[in-house]
Write a protein that binds this ligand. Structure first.
Ligand SMILES: [Zn+2]
Length: 751
């Protein structure tokens, strides 16, 4: 009884467990497969330039390219070749092929390892859906159960459709549509029998049957597949022979990879905007211009390498629309040393290229363009009682300077002086209004040196801010996407409204200064690379220690920014904006306007002009040596005439002093004849009385009486202008002239 009871219990237990298992299995099979498992969102999408040229096909997150198509959109040849290759009894079995499984089991036992899985197409689909990558008995069991579930809920056609859309075709290509586009530049509906047998060969072992790596092996597999089709009378011998002789027309692996930094920027933008169901994105970039500028950047860096300049970034915006036309992030995207860094989006000190915004603000606050600023060594007392003493580039100072010259020649001292006048907090919030969002520290962190470009910003921010000048004070966000095609609706992308930051008058005056070669002569000379053959406003910037070098500017068509330097911030060697970024800027501007030169900058209607003195900035008088026609915001033009340039009529020309370098405040007079060491000869042929030597003393104006002493004896007190004719006597002589505690002395000989 006890024995029976134990036996009974064991049997009951086992029966219970088995029926439990069976119930679980039935339950598992009974739950329909989820849609997300069958068709994952791994569709790739394409990014195009503004003319519809492919820049890059973006793979899904796990780097798979794939496009989903219906079974009716696939060549019938491919259906035949795939079924004969993978699962010839596909239409007969219920998801598992016991014959194939049994054969696989025997093979595995014979070779002592797993050589084949005996998987049906349905089981492979199960593997895709479950994301199975490993092999084991338990996993195989799970695969079988899922295959049964698939057969329960889906038609054979649907299962085949899933297989053909998810099978791996090597080279990171998934699905027949991507594969036929990748290998044959064709839609899969157009595949021939030969091409179909090549594609059908790959999924069994994608790395082994990669058509690029093992073309011969793939050819053999193709023939094998075709022979099977012939043997089973699925094709006739004519089709067989045609397909066998068909040459392998596999196109070279030419993966589009244009404008890489820009495409990365777009992907990032889409992700930030949560747009994740794209089919295609048409962008604003122009692939031709991009390619040209990329090459020009590379060439320019070759000439700069001797100055330890290894990187450059270029950004081109359309002036009117703000569309990004070109974005070169670095010299070479594939360079292992920071090549993928996008210099257009990196934080850098802008140096003097920030200055125009301060000058615009100064004009807006009523400071006139003719105001005189000090350009000398100047110490600014900061709120914390420390002293800020800016220096000019090259330690050159020019004394009193008009606003136009101070900006044009990029003088530092007048700029900081102006910033102090305008007020630092005001300038800081002005820059924030101009969308310099990188200036995200506390205002006090930056201090007065912000006016000299010490606050880090991006090239994109800078170029777009210059676009605001080019558009008469109207700012709007730069644009990089023209249109997005998605599978479903996507979230609304917030774009800041266009808004007015400053007046067209201030914008025009600054544009005029930046495009006026005359105003930068003081610092850059007459023939700098910034002097373009058409109207172009341009400004350079170089940071302390030569780490960053900028050149930003615009015409009526484009806004261009160039940065050169090193990503690891090692200093360049003696490169300034003029020698570093400016030549590349110039080349790009000329290239952009090759087909049509830009027009002149249109002048707003309400400006007035006045002729001012170059020295004082006040209304020019006839005697002012330099006269300039200056433009003014009405109400800021000068009312007084120049009082600096003196009326010099009736006095000796100032230039006369230049003949006698010996004269200055300490030596107000000098004997200029005879000169020390002169030797005279008395002419015996001529009457002695008619011969004489004229003693001449040159002075700075009338100094009162001077004493002329010859050989210690006075010749008398001589009046202005100082001259005395002496009748020569043979011998050595010393002439001394005395006056006002000063003296001059020379020696001469007569014989
Ligand atoms: Zn004057």
């Amino acid at each position: 009884m006890k024995l029976f009871s134990i036996k009974y219990r064991v049997i009951c237990g086992v029966a219970f467990a088995v029926s439990g298992m069976l119930l679980l299995i039935l339950f598992y099979i009974a739950i329909p497969p989820r849609r997300s498992e069958l068709q994952p969102a791994f569709n790739s999408y394409k990014i195009f330039d503004r003319h519809g040229r492919l820049l890059r096909e973006i793979m899904s997150k796990d780097y798979k390219t794939g496009v989903w198509i219906r079974l009716s959109e696939i060549s019938p040849h491919l259906l035949k070749t795939t079924i004969i290759r993978e699962d010839r009894r596909f239409y007969l079995h219920p998801g598992i092929d016991l014959l194939a499984l049994g054969r696989a089991l025997l093979d595995n036992i014979r070779y002592g390892r797993i050589t084949s899985g005996g998987s049906t197409i349905t089981m492979q689909v199960a593997k895709f859906c479950l994301g199975i990558k490993d092999r084991s008995i338990i996993i195989k069991f799970q695969e079988i159960l899922y295959a049964l579930k698939l057969e329960l809920y889906l038609s054979k056609s649907k299962i085949l459709e899933i297989y053909l859309n998810r099978a791996p075709y090597a080279n990171l290509t998934y699905g027949v549509e991507s594969a036929s586009a990748f290998y044959f530049r064709k839609k899969s509906i157009d595949l021939s029998l030969g091409e179909s047998s090549i594609l059908a060969a790959i999924p069994k072992a994608p790395s082994l049957y990669d058509p690029y790596i093992n073309p011969k092996q793939v050819s053999l597999e193709k023939e094998k597949i075709l022979s099977e089709l012939l043997k089973t009378r699925i094709i006739d011998s004519l089709s067989f022979h045609i397909a066998v002789r068909e040459s392998l027309n596999i196109v070279t692996a030419d993966i589009n990879f244009e404008a890489p930094h820009f495409v990365d920027y777009i992907i990032d933008k889409l992700e930030k905007c949560r747009i994740n169901n794209c089919l295609s994105v048409t962008t604003t970039i122009d692939a031709d211009i991009q390619r040209n500028i990329s090459k020009m950047t590379e060439t320019s860096l070759k000439t700069l390498s001797e100055y330890n300049v290894n990187q450059a970034s270029v950004l081109v915006l359309d002036r009117a629309s703000g569309e990004v036309i070109a974005m070169v992030g670095s010299k070479d995207y594939f360079d292992a040393r920071n090549g993928q860094v996008n210099g257009c989006l990196s934080l850098r000190q802008p140096g003097s290229s920030i200055k125009p915004f301060l000058y615009i603000l100064a004009l807006e606050t009523g400071i006139a363009i003719n105001s005189i600023l000090p350009d000398t060594i100047w110490e600014f007392k900061l709120p914390d009682n420390t002293i800020f003493a800016p220096r000019n580039f090259g330690n050159k100072y020019h004394g009193p300077t008009r606003v136009r010259e101070a900006l044009g020649s990029s003088l530092n001292v007048p700029t900081v002086y102006l910033l102090e006048k305008v007020g630092f907090p005001r300038f800081f919030s002005f820059l924030k209004e101009l969308d310099f969002s990188s200036l995200n520290r506390n205002a006090t962190f930056y201090g007065l040196s912000l006016g000299l470009g010490s606050g880090e910003v991006t090239l994109l921010e800078m170029v777009n801010a210059y676009r605001t000048i080019a558009r008469g004070g109207m700012t709007s966000e730069p644009r990089s996407i023209i249109s997005i095609e998605t599978r479903s609706e996507y979230p609304q992308v917030h774009v800041k409204k266009e808004r007015k930051i400053f007046s067209p008058s201030a914008a025009y005056i600054i544009t005029d200064i930046l495009s006026d070669n005359g105003s930068r002569i003081k610092a850059f000379g007459d023939d700098s690379p910034m002097n373009l053959p058409f109207p172009c406003a341009v400004k350079t910037g170089t940071t302390k220690d030569y780490k960053d070098n900028w050149c930003v500017g615009f015409t009526t068509s484009y806004v261009v920014g160039v940065w050169v330097g090193n990503f690891d911030a090692t200093p360049m060697q003696g490169v300034s904006g003029v020698s570093g970024a400016a030549p590349l800027f110039r080349d790009i501007m000329i290239e952009l306007h090759r087909s049509s030169y830009p027009t002149r900058f249109p002048e707003p209607p309400n400006l007035t002009t006045a002729r001012v003195c170059g020295k004082s900035g006040l209304i020019a008088r006839d005697e002012c040596p330099v006269k300039i026609d200056e433009i003014f915001i009405p109400g800021t033009e000068p009312r007084e005439s120049c009082a600096v340039c003196r009326d010099t009529s009736g006095t000796r020309p100032v230039a006369y002093l230049g003949l006698h370098p010996a004269l200055n405040a300490d030596h107000p007079f000098a004997i200029i004849n005879p000169r020390s060491g002169d030797i005279y000869k008395i002419n015996p042929q001529v009457s002695y009385r008619t011969q004489g030597i004229k003693f001449i003393v040159e002075t700075i104006g009338d100094l009162g009486d001077l004493d002329f002493m010859l050989d210690g004896r006075s010749l008398g007190k001589i009046k202005y202008p100082y001259g005395y004719v002496w009748s020569p006597v043979a011998g050595e002589h010393v002439l001394v002239v005395l006056g006002g505690g000063q003296s001059d002395r020379i020696m001469f000989q007569v014989f």
